[in-house]
Design a protein around this ligand. Structure first.
Ligand SMILES: [Zn+2]
Length: 117
């Protein structure tokens, strides 16, 4: 990949990171508001918080992947599968810029039951 392509990927990852951080801030603010709600609304709030929590975990999970992808960009081993060392397909990187594994290894992970990256 050319330096320009790396720059583009970095820009996509940084933008996504900002978006996720903003989402997490909103989620945290919602949870805080929920905790301040009076007891009548408590049951409903708790339900909402569970949903909010799941969303928060998803965002945190993706943020962690993005951070790893950015550090791989810095290290110069971005786009190489962390499992088998083969280059990751360009189309896959376009769809999942934070992918750490090639499609074959991600599929193997899925079969083994761990989450594909
Ligand atoms: Zn692989």
């Amino acid at each position: 990949m050319s330096a320009k392509q790396y720059d583009e990927i970095r820009a996509v990852l940084e933008a996504r990171k900002r978006e996720l951080n903003e989402r997490l801030e909103r989620i945290t603010a919602n949870v805080r508001r929920g905790l301040q709600a009076d007891s009548e609304e408590r049951a409903k709030e708790m339900e909402d918080n569970e949903v909010v929590d799941a969303l928060g975990n998803e965002a945190r999970d993706e943020l962690a992947r993005i951070s790893l992808a950015l550090s791989r960009l810095d290290a110069g081993d971005y786009g190489v599968c962390t499992q088998c060392g083969e280059p990751i397909d360009r189309k896959r990187l376009a769809a999942y810029p934070f992918a750490a594994e090639c499609i074959d290894c991600a599929r193997d992970d899925e079969i083994r039951g761990s989450r594909p990256v």
